[in-house]
Design a protein around this ligand. Sequence first.
Ligand code: PLP
Length: 205
Amino acid sequence: MITDRLRSIQSSYGDHTPTLVAVSKKQSDEKIIEALDAGLRIFGENRVQEAQSRWTHRRAPYPDLDLHLIGPLQTNKVKDAVQLFDCIHTVDREKLARAIHTHAPDMPCFIQVNVGDEPQKSGIARDNVNAFHTFCIDLGLNIIGLMCIPPNDDNSAPHYEWMRDKARDLKLPHLSMGMSRDYETALHYGATHIRIGSKLFGARE
Ligand SMILES: *Cc1c(COP(=O)(O)O)cnc(C)c1O
């Protein structure tokens, strides 16, 4: 049951209640309905098209839905993305930053950091985060924080610690970090947005 799983996740919150982004990608309609019935309204999706088919028709019955894009975004999908989503966690290059600013100048955005310096992963390299942040601020993009996905097979703690310190340096208030396997560690290092899929919904289809 989602309500029980939700309670178990919430029981590890400390003094600061984070924003729980319920990652609904590849989940059945039944699970989505169960989550909505449990009162969840903040959902994360990693593909624009899949998110459109799952959520566009639910905007009217649930006007307080808050949809977050947590997957890679191609510039030719930005127009569609900004119509559906309320927050974008994956700003990772100048061209994308420009396109989002053009179509939705106020969109709350996170800079995605490739915190483990993995060649196959998107995100700004650690050494380039300051420069990219400056670029986004000069552009006028509404950057609210940093986001990362640490390497699968690593201990997340040192990665999250680096993220916490970098967000402090840049005076950014938000940190999107922590998934099913490591959200408790992320909370320890000051995550304000945890992105939880399987731990909440069960395995994906
Ligand atoms: C799928 C996904 C999640 C959720 O992963 P779980 O391990 O199921 O909690 C979180 N963040 C991103 C970016 C994802 O793509």
